[in-house]
Design a protein around this ligand. Structure first.
Ligand SMILES: Cc1ncc(C[n+]2csc(CCOP(=O)(O)OP(=O)(O)O)c2C)c(N)n1
Ligand SMILES: [Mg+2]
Length: 899
């Protein structure tokens, strides 16, 4: 824009204007002086001048709006670039081969098996961004430590497989089994799943948003381990490749401020800005790069934009009008997408054609040359320079915003709204592809979509191997080490299995004291990672805070107000507790980093994530699923659990369903202990199974805040506790007419019911403590399956059936969770089971009223038992009906499940 144009625009929008004409003149002088500096001494001097002025303004107390979007050009100017260190000819060849094999793999599989799916457009846009990383940056090891971590865009996995194929890591048969995992020979999972390919993938990323969020916390966890002396300090980096559409997920951008706060210069995001997501443009009416630049800059990240390829540099140099940049800043992403979909003539007319000066700028170029003016994310030199800067940047995380083309190089499917789901390519398009990339594949083979791998001696293959060797080996790779750890023996927990000697305590208090003891254990103490989302006081963690401190990468820069108190707030550089603040998702990400430490750092950290039960699975369930996929280990400790045990807080706080939700994760063992000794047995067993025996499972344990006397552990109940049920208290005569199941604090109601039934109604019952319906069901399903598959063999008996073999009468099960939790055992208890649970919305009240409302108090258990016995013809029906009013149970009241 001309100087006068700027002045006119500026004056028109001015707020204060004392002496208008004078100011316009002043402006003119300042701008001209600034222009002189830029022309004479270069843009850096111009920038420095502005910085100095800003500093001066700040000193004078003059505030200005901060600028969060910079011009729509590359952050690194051409003259600051270093030359590309690789052999571009060979690298181009390698990239073309990977592109071909990725496409052939997806195409071939869909031809063979219609609708099996797969993606090529994502990888096509990402290929160069990954190749520069694989050839020059991604370290597989640092000495004896695993190297950099790379979170790949899940939908780009065909490219990763194709690369591994070329390197000889995956054979042809394996590639032919892409998305065919259930055949005679091993297959390839659709996306990154460590559960399915445990020596290959490290991080499950395909559920959008989870990868980037986990990456941020992984970077922080790496620092935590370094600061606590559990791993060496290394220059390791965490790279997260993120889709531009993926940034719409709140998870993707929600934890950015942590990166800045913790100065995570080990963290690099690369956002693949191909301007499209699944349905169409990410920001058709604006520019996603501008939006993301502002977000990341605002969060304090180092932002590097890689927008234009090297071939644009010459155009910029020749454009003295500033019109090229102006035109770029006029166009929105919807137009940029159309340019790449519609070809060179269209770009000439619609982009350059707007200004005669710009048309002139490209008059020497053919339409084809114009079409092939590269975007930054397809230019290895630009990418290399951005990565180099990112790796060298100190003091905070870096994001690289790389502009690419979705479906790049795929011919007619490039940059179309439907590109994302393109799987099959027309035969002619395959031939076009090999021509475009100059691949030595016979046309016939191209039409058939055959895989192609040059001989190992081919220069590009030798180069590819050498690059990886230079960087420490192949990637991705997941380490599966043998954990050399002995769990504390059961007698270590003697203090907690001995009972509370009449003192009323909660299972939560019991847990915290065990946790404190575990942290003192000479073998595993250091490995324990307690995690809390601002609920430490709720769980009584103050003493633990004093004991081991809260992790704070900068220590404690202030004197806490409670410094003179016994349990003061203690932050330490090597503090052990991760106090995450109010972020269950962030805490879950820390849990994931710590729960996979055994593989990612070869340090078997043992996370205990303590949180408000209600804010568990239903809030971060997808992350829990990913945790299981990643073969995570650890303990999810769900406090303030139980719909009627959590008093006062009401509907959105009372959890009566988490056990049901956690039952869906195959590797999650969930327990609902009533007593501290049960909890002790479960913890010991968990530590042994996960860290001594090496099982890839994790634990979900509900804890309560109801105080009551904890009994001493009866003899011989350990197996029952672990398997899910044991007999706690038999009826006095030994001839029980019914069996009462209780769990968590509701077990106390059941014990009271046993007493009322005996004393008031002359009905003897046995009481069982059920620690895990989920585990009982899983075992029974396993046995049942075996029986189904072996009809000629003697039938095996599920544990639940065998423990109840001699127990007579119906089973009345009461729980603080939905009836569906005990109902899981129905197939093996046929007509015997009657479940009492807390279906419905919670209420604010105390335990007495809540339990009456949800019909899980002792009186309701008594009434249900009598009713069931009456229905079975074992108790007088009239007496059963009358008992209701004696017990304060109103048969005509509304069903709590619906009110
Ligand atoms: C949580 C979640 N929601 C939806 C999807 C389905 N999905 C897969 S890819 C995709 C579009 C991705 O767009 P973008 O992040 O821009 O990546 P690109 O393929 O363009 O590189 C969607 C919606 C998913 N995988 N995860
Ligand atoms: Mg995209």
């Amino acid at each position: 824009m001309s100087v006068e144009g700027i002045i006119r625009e500026f004056m028109a929008t001015r707020v204060s204007n004392p002496v208008e004409s004078d100011f316009a003149q002043q402006l003119r002088e300042w701008i001209e002086a600034f222009d002189d500096v830029v022309v004479a001494d270069g843009p850096e001097q111009g920038a420095e001048l502005l910085t100095a002025l800003k500093q001066r303004a700040r000193e004078a107390g003059i505030s200005q709006g901060s600028e969060l979007t910079t011009p729509y050009v590359n952050t690194i100017p051409k003259h600051e670039e270093v030359p590309y260190p690789g052999d571009r000819k060979l690298e181009r060849r390698i990239e073309a081969l990977i592109r071909w094999n990725a496409m052939a793999m997806v195409h071939g599989q869909n031809k063979k098996d219609h609708g099996i799916g797969g993606h090529i457009a994502t990888y096509s846009s990402l290929a160069t961004l990954l190749e520069v990383g694989f050839n020059h940056f991604f370290h597989a090891t640092y000495g004896d430590q695993p190297g950099d971590f790379v979170y790949f865009q899940g939908h780009a996995s065909p490219g990763i497989y194709a690369r591994a194929f070329l390197l000889g890591r995956l054979d042809e048969q394996r590639i032919l089994n892409f998305r065919h995992e259930l055949r005679d020979t091993p297959g390839l999972s659709s996306y990154p799943h460590p559960w399915l390919m445990p020596d290959f993938w490290r991080f499950p990323t395909v559920s959008m948003g989870i990868g980037p969020l986990n990456a941020v916390y992984q970077a922080r966890f790496m620092r935590y381990l370094e600061n606590r002396g559990l791993i060496e300090k290394t220059p390791r980096k965490i790279w997260a490749f993120v889709g531009d559409g993926e940034t719409d997920e709140v998870d993707t951008l929600g934890a950015l401020s942590l990166g800045r706060r913790e100065k995570l210069d080990n963290l690099i995001f690369v956002v693949n800005c191909n301007l499209q997501r699944l349905d169409g443009p990410v920001r058709g009416n604006a520019r996603i790069i501008d939006e993301l630049e502002a977000v990341f800059l605002g969060a304090g990240w180092n932002v590097i934009k890689v927008i234009w390829g090297s071939d644009w540099d010459e155009l910029f140099e020749r454009d003295h009008t500033g019109l090229l940049l102006k035109r770029m800043e006029e166009c929105v992403d919807g137009e940029y997408q159309a340019f790449k979909a519609k070809g060179g003539a269209y770009i000439r007319k619609e982009f350059f054609g707007k200004y005669p000066e710009l048309l002139k700028l490209v008059e020497h170029m053919t339409d084809d040359e114009i079409f092939h003016l590269h975007r930054g994310g397809h230019d290895a030199r630009k990418i290399y320079n951005a990565y180099k800067r990112a790796v060298e940047h100190k003091g905070g995380p870096t994001v690289i915003l790389a502009k690419t083309v979705k479906g790049y190089g795929l011919g007619s499917t490039q940059a179309r709204n439907a590109s994302h789901q393109e799987k099959k390519v027309a035969d002619d398009a395959l031939v076009d592809f090999i021509r475009r990339y100059d691949l030595p594949i016979p046309e016939e083979d191209a039409r058939a979509g055959k895989l192609y791998r040059p001989s190992a001696e081919a220069p590009e293959m030798v180069y590819m191997q050498a690059r990886r060797q230079g960087l420490g080996g192949y990637m991705p790779r997941r380490d599966v080490p043998k954990i050399d750890l002995t769990a504390p023996k059961p007698d270590t927990f003697a203090e907690w299995t001995a009972g509370s000697k009449g003192r009323a305590v909660s299972t939560t208090m019991g847990f915290v004291s065990m946790l404190r003891a575990l942290m003192k254990d000479p073998r595993i103490g250091k490995l324990v990672v307690p995690i809390v989302p601002d609920e430490g006081r709720t769980f009584g963690l103050e003493s633990a805070i004093k004991q081991v401190g809260i992790y704070a990468s900068e220590g404690q820069k202030y004197k806490p107000h409670d410094v003179d108190m016994l349990l003061s707030y203690r932050e330490e550089k090597d503090g052990q507790i991760l106090e995450e603040g109010i972020t269950e998702a962030g805490s879950m990400a820390s849990f994931t980093a710590a729960g996979t430490g055994y593989s990612n750092y070869l340090v078997p950290t043992i996370p205990f994530y303590m949180y408000y039960s209600m804010f568990g699975f239903q809030r971060v369930g997808d992350m829990m699923w990913a945790f299981a996929d990643a073969r995570g280990k650890g303990f999810l400790m769900a406090g303030t659990a139980g719909r009627t045990t959590m008093t006062g807080e009401g509907l959105q706080h009372q959890d009566g369903h988490s056990h049901l939700l956690m039952s869906v994760i195959p590797t999650c063992l969930s327990y609902d202990p009533a007593y501290v000794y049960e909890l002790a047995v479960i913890l010991q067993n968990g530590l042994k199974r996960m860290y001594e025996d090496g099982e890839d499972v994790f634990y979900y344990i509900t804890m309560y805040n109801e105080d009551y006397a904890m009994p001493e552990m009866p003899k011989g109940v350990e197996e029952g506790i672990v398997r899910g049920i044991y007999k706690l208290k038999a009826g006095a005569s030994g001839k029980a007419a019914a069996q009462l199941f209780g769990s968590g604090p509701i077990l106390n109601e059941v014990l009271r019911a046993q007493q009322i039934l005996a004393e008031k109604y002359g009905v003897e019952t046995d009481v069982w403590s059920v620690t895990s319906y989920n585990e009982l069901r899983r075992e029974a399903l396993g046995v049942e399956r075996w029986n189904r598959l072996h009809p000629a063999d003697a039938e095996k008996t599920p544990y639940i059936v065998s423990v109840l073999a001699k127990a007579k009468g119906p089973v009345i099960a009461a729980t603080d969770y939905m009836k569906a939790v005990p109902d899981q055992l129905s197939p093996w208890l046929t007509s015997r089971l009657l479940s009492l649970g807390t279906d419905g919305f919670g209420r604010s009240d105390n335990r007495e009223h809540l339990r009456r409302h949800f019909e899980v108090n002792a009186e309701s258990v008594v009434a249900a038992t009598l009713s069931k016995l009456a229905r079975d013809g074992k108790f007088d029906t009239k007496k059963a009906q009358k008992a209701m009013s004696e017990l304060g149970v109103d048969p005509e009241r509304g069903d709590p499940a619906h009110i």
